[in-house]
Ligand binder design. Structure first.
Ligand code: SF4
Length: 701
């Protein structure tokens, strides 16, 4: 790399909004960062996290720079060479697979991996190791949305684009706080409403969040009652004749069953369950029914539930019965939590998925991918999903885990089970940028990965927009791009098909596989991405401009090309509150922190916003327990406890408490690790855990 001043284009590596960033490298070490004025997503704007991203790249105080491994359990980690580490890892994996079968090993990766890395690790595991035990932290984030889209629309396909925001006149935002968690997208929505004051924003959330400040109506429901609310709104839309009968008749199945189901409950009954008023439900339905463009937006409040898929479907149904899909300013829009969760889904980065939206259960699809990778077969049985993987490790059924770019010791529900699992595993490989993550201390092998700005690749944001990320600086020490580490391990295992010379070669192979699929990007080369900027898939050939909106012909990806208005059997009930644990704990993000704070926690400016973990508690619940504002409290249930200070606020409903999810352990003590308490029960279809509903008690200490 030269010392001259150079400007590079890249993409923010935090949320799924996917803002464009320009980095100017001045000499070897100085980096200046600004929003990319020409980027169609953010047009130069960045939020507090994005604006400070370069500090995390420049602060190398905790960077892991060399491979380390321990000779045996209980021995200290010692620096080693890449060759020694890869030979040892290959020996251990071969031995475990020979002795216990391929399902004795697994990989747990991340929605922050670049598409090339995600593609390669899936090829390695599903094609060559002979197991489907590869899951990702996207399981904790978007898997309910994936399953909802597949059931309703036939494939995991976000139908709309950000440009639809400026074309809509009604938004229903459920279980999401985009003002804090997807800020630039929300700024677009605020600007649109400022210009068009008649635009209606309905927010559905048990808490009063910053997003509510822009809302025309806040439906402050009890946690877990979303489906009842959406069905009640559906009933009102039918009663008022605010449905699109032509669309329903010609392009959907299932409406009669839906109508029968939503008519079973009166509005009064629904209002009592949700703890909102009948008038509020009617008003929401009225806003939606009178709109010309209606967008539903949602995030973890719906997805992180043991009823996550059903909640997704109940919301999607509101778009389908009103015909608000496949036309400007209309459609369902899942807000992706991570920068490349979408790219990961495209390459089949989950235990139950296959690359390019092919179906793991379909023998022809499996053979097509196997032939492409030049392997005999891909196993039919889905692999272990995130929570099941750690349970299998704890129980000794899985022996080794390779963790890439994620910190499950803090981020998984019922985190103490994860600690137990990692302590019990025969072999733990942690591939990360930081030597200080809570998970790193369980590693038998620590592998130094290159970070944002230190490698090249692509990502896909929430609206299917693919962007290219440039390498700007060299990785420190002997850190390597994740894709190169995967190739080195595959070669040490003796596998062919991993001799890529660059990220571009990996991307080209993946593009070739997409040919003819619904997510075809065979017309989108690195050269084109660098020259033209970002493009939304599908992109069928080199002259194709990309696709901003799907289903404009109202032909869906289902076998009969009709959207499915679905009412499924109930999923798994959330854990009940009891006299011992009478409060419902819900968890979430704060404005200036990201995931488990391994990056944002290093930036002083970001730590100033809310420097410590806290518990939000309603005054009625606080008074009943003699708790005052700022008092130290212990929140507990049968899984564990958390000690933080109380914030007494009417922003939360009585009977509900809120903890931010970012903090882990401090100085070896559990301090604010919300996931000590969260329930690891999962949705039966999506296998996504129900983080948002755990029974707890709170006491002053
Ligand atoms: Fe980054 Fe998301 Fe903020 Fe954009 S909105 S700058 S992608 S964190």
């Amino acid at each position: 790399m030269s010392d001259l001043k150079q400007t590079y284009k890249t993409t923010c590596s935090y949320c799924g909004v996917g803002c464009g960033i320009e980095i100017t490298r001045n000499g070897r070490d100085r980096l200046n960062l600004s929003g990319d004025q020409c980027h169609p997503v953010n047009k130069g704007m960045l939020c507090s996290k994005g604006m400070n991203l370069h500090y995390t790249a420049m602060d190398r105080s905790d960077r892991l720079m060399y491979p380390h491994m321990r000779g045996n359990k209980g021995y200290p980690l010692e620096k080693t060479t890449w060759d020694t580490a890869m030979q040892r890892a290959a020996r251990v994996f071969k031995t475990l697979i020979d002795r216990h079968g391929p399902d004795s090993v697994g990989f747990y990766v991340s929605g922050q991996c670049l598409t090339e890395e995600y593609y390669l690790v899936n090829k390695l595991v599903k094609g060559f190791l002979g197991t489907n035990n590869i899951d990702t932290n996207s399981r904790l984030c978007m898997s309910s949305a994936v399953a909802g889209y597949k059931q309703a629309l036939g494939e995991d396909s976000v139908p709309i684009a950000y440009e639809d925001i400026e074309l809509a006149d009604c938004f229903l935002i459920a279980g999401a706080n985009p003002a804090w968690c997807h800020p630039i997208l929300f700024r677009r929505l605020e600007a649109h409403k400022a210009k068009n004051p008649d635009t209606k924003i309905i927010v559905v959330d048990p808490r009063v969040t910053d997003t509510c400040q822009s809302a025309d109506l806040h439906l402050q429901i009890m946690p877990g009652t979303d489906m009842v609310l959406f069905h009640a709104i559906g009933r009102c839309l039918i009663d008022n004749g605010h449905i699109d009968e032509e669309f329903i008749l010609n392009h959907t199945d299932g409406f009669n069953l839906y109508r029968k189901e939503v008519m079973k409950m009166t509005l009064k009954e629904a209002a009592a369950i949700c703890r909102v008023s009948v008038d509020e439900i009617k008003l929401a339905a009225n806003y939606i029914g009178r709109s010309k463009g209606f967008i539903t937006m949602w995030a973890m409040g719906l997805n992180q539930s043991t009823q996550g898929v059903n909640k997704n479907l109940a919301l999607l149904n509101l778009n389908l019965i009103t015909g608000h899909i496949g036309k400007p300013g209309s459609g369902p829009f899942s807000l992706t939590g991570q920068p490349n969760a979408m790219g990961g889904r495209e390459v089949g980065g989950m235990a139950n998925l296959l690359a390019v939206h092919k179906d793991l259960a379909n023998p022809q699809h499996r053979q097509e991918v196997a032939d492409f990778w030049k392997v005999d077969k891909i196993r039919e049985e889905p692999g272990l999903t995130a929570t099941k993987m750690f349970e299998a490790l704890r129980d000794g059924k899985m022996k080794a885990i390779w963790i890439i770019c994620t910190n499950p010791s803090v981020s998984m529900p019922n985190a103490r089970l994860v600690d137990e699992a990692l302590s019990n595993a025969s072999f733990v490989v942690v591939q990360d940028i930081s030597e200080r993550s809570d998970t790193a201390k369980y590693a038998d092998m620590l592998l130094p990965a290159a970070s944002w700005l230190e490698k090249e690749g692509t990502m896909t944001n929430s609206e299917r927009r693919i962007s290219h990320l440039s390498q700007v600086i060299e990785p420190p020490g002997e850190a390597l791009p994740d894709s190169e580490i995967i190739c080195r391990f595959a070669q040490a295992m003796g596998f062919h098909g991993f001799d890529f010379k660059s990220a571009e070669e990996i991307y080209s192979e993946y593009c070739e596989l997409t040919k003819g699929s619904s997510i075809d990007i065979s017309g989108l080369s690195y050269e084109r991405l660098k020259k033209e900027g970002t493009v939304q898939w599908p992109v069928y050939d080199s002259n194709h401009a990309g696709t901003s909106r799907l289903f404009t012909d109202h032909k869906f990806y289902t076998p009969n090309q009709r959207a499915q208005i679905k009412i499924n059997a109930p999923g798994v009930a959330a854990e009940p509150v009891s006299s011992d644990y009478p409060l419902i704990l819900t968890t979430g993000r704060i404005r200036d922190q990201w995931h488990t704070m391994t990056k944002t926690g290093k930036v002083n400016k970001l730590n100033k916003h809310l420097p410590n973990p806290f518990l939000e508690l309603h005054p009625v619940d606080a008074a009943a327990r003699g708790i005052g504002d700022g008092d130290p409290v212990v929140i507990s249930n049968h899984r564990g406890e958390v000690r933080v200070n109380a914030v007494i606020t009417t922003n939360i409903k009585p009977g509900v408490v809120f903890l931010p999810m970012h903090w882990g352990k401090l100085l070896g003590q559990d301090f604010g690790r919300a996931n000590n308490l969260t329930d690891d029960s999962i949705d039966p279809v999506s296998k996504q855990p129900g983080f948002k509903f755990s029974a707890v008690e709170v006491k002053k200490y």
